[in-house]
Design a binder for this molecule. Structure first.
Ligand code: ADP
Ligand code: ASP
Ligand code: MG
Length: 455
């Protein structure tokens, strides 16, 4: 059994959905379970809808509802699915839900995370039903499998964490009968429900995580992430157009990349795959014949021997906090008092550098910065620098290779680098720059490490 996940652009147009059906058909002998994202741009529009409704901008909110529904109606018509009564009910249900949510946001006067998750889940509700209907119209027997009946999460709306034992029982109960009948289950990505049955989501891009989590729950042999690029690339192609496909990577390399901003994989995607040792493939739904990237526990005999940079990722929109102890020397307990504050505000820090009396950290959650700075100011002096970015070079053993930092930083003459982290992980060298230098830095490093064809 395999899990196949299709992202937003893979189901964004009628032509794309037709291709997806053929890709699924080509895998029928492997017993696929399908996970699908919302139709491209829908989640962004649902976010805008939540904002508009909470601000009582009723006309704008109604326009967005109409817009979202119209796009799905057009997709259904283009795929000749107008006659499907289940789909008509799905659309009416979505229209009713969104209108009711608009009122509830208006009453709340703010973007309540619980309502937001309900609202965002409508995207995957619609896309998964459309895919089921289209597959059936093409002779591929498919059944809708509601993620809220399979994936139990905690109640952190907007960044829920799935609970394995609770979900395993439910998922097997839901999926087994469908698979036994030889049908293809299609489940919404990105969505789950807490123990009280309230809809939750995994954070933006979370359908990748749904796919690997489902793979772990059902004991899949592989998970395929079908997207709009030919695999994991040596850099973000929107910054480096000549970025190249990486044929094989380790779980560890891919996890670092995902965590440090390579949008192609949600940061938590590899976790369930690592725990269960399930290989993950990243493939292009527009070019299904291309091999893609294979992500496995280790590269074994294929490892090239020499430590080398595999890919360059980045995270932008970061804030650096320079925190200086108000006492002259770094007192015992200073670090723990600082991190207690980040813990209290549930805010992770990415990079940390320390000196005798100061600590610098990077944070990528903007909303809580004021509260964090105010709490830190009670025990220290804090300088806040916005507009920063982390650049992260990833590759097996690059930290052990003599001269690697020299090669890297030698390329960056004239660039202001603030924090550097090397050695915390075997495979990652990261540093902080001004956001305005991002494109220049990533391109210079890419030219340095990938001017010859790789992989
Ligand atoms: P999907 O909707 O299929 O989940 P995403 O937009 O979330 O697709 O992720 C795919 C996008 O990730 C690509 O179009 C590309 O612009 C971006 N991306 C960023 N870094 C990388 C990378 N290192 N390799 C491949 N794609 C990357
Ligand atoms: N639809 C959600 C998003 O746009 C989840 C996903 O696409 O993975 O963030
Ligand atoms: Mg994605």
């Amino acid at each position: 059994m395999i899990v196949m996940k299709f992202g937003g652009t893979s189901v964004g147009e009628p032509e794309a959905i037709r291709r997806v059906a053929e890709i699924i058909r080509s895998r029928l002998s492997k017993t696929p379970c399908v996970v699908v994202s919302a139709v491209a741009k829908t989640t962004d529009e649902l976010v805008s809808l939540s904002d508009a409704a909470a601000k009582a901008s009723r006309d704008r909110a109604n326009d967005l509802i109409e817009w979202i529904l119209e796009r799905h109606i057009k997709l259904i018509a283009d795929l000749d699915l107008d006659g499907d009564t289940v789909l008509s009910q799905t659309l009416s249900q979505a229209a009713e839900d969104l209108t009711e949510l608009r009122q509830r946001f208006e009453e709340a006067g703010k973007v309540e995370p619980m309502l937001m998750d309900l609202c965002l889940s409508t995207g995957e509700f619609l896309s998964s039903h459309i895919l089921v209907s289209y597959l059936n119209s093409q002779g591929i027997e498919a059944v809708w499998a509601d993620a809220r009946e399979a994936i139990v999460t905690d109640s952190r709306f907007g960044s829920a964490r799935p609970l394995f034992p609770e979900s395993r029982r439910l998922a097997n109960r839901l999926f087994e009968p469908i698979l036994e009948e030889g049908k293809v289950p299609v489940m919404q990505g990105f969505v789950g429900a807490d123990v009280r049955g309230r809809t939750t989501t995994f954070g933006r891009g979370g359908s990748d995580y749904s796919a690997t989590f489902l793979g772990a729950l059902l004991g899949a042999s592989t998970v395929e992430i079908w997207t709009d690029v030919v695999g994991v690339l040596t850099a973000d192609p929107s910054l480096v157009p000549e970025a190249k496909r990486i044929r094989r990577m380790t779980f560890e390399e891919a996890s670092e990349l995902a965590y440090f901003g390579a949008r192609v994989l949600h940061p938590s995607t590899l976790r369930p795959a690592i725990e269960r040792g399930i290989p993950v493939f990243v493939l292009n739904s527009m070019k299904p014949g291309v091999e893609g990237t294979e992500i496995t526990p280790s590269l074994g005999e294929d490892a090239c021997g020499e430590a080398t940079v595999k890919s360059i990722a980045y995270k932008e929109g970061l804030t650096v906090l320079n925190i200086t102890s108000t006492r002259m020397l770094m007192a015992y307990g200073f670090l723990s008092s600082i991190f207690r504050i980040f813990n209290q505000f549930e805010t992770p820090v990415d990079l940390v550098a320390t000196s005798e009396v100061s600590v610098s950290v990077t944070v990528d959650i903007r909303e809580k910065i004021d509260q964090i700075v105010s709490a830190l100011s009670e025990i220290s002096e804090v300088e806040v620098q916005h507009g920063k970015a982390i650049v992260c070079c990833v590759g097996e053993d690059i930290c052990r290779k003599a001269g690697m930092p020299a090669q890297m930083f030698g390329e960056l003459e004239g660039i202001r680098i603030t924090l550097i982290s090397q050695g915390a992980s075997r495979i990652n060298i990261s540093f902080v720059i001004n956001e305005s230098d991002l494109s220049e830095v990533v391109n210079r490093l890419h030219r340095k490490f990938f001017s010859e064809h790789i992989g």
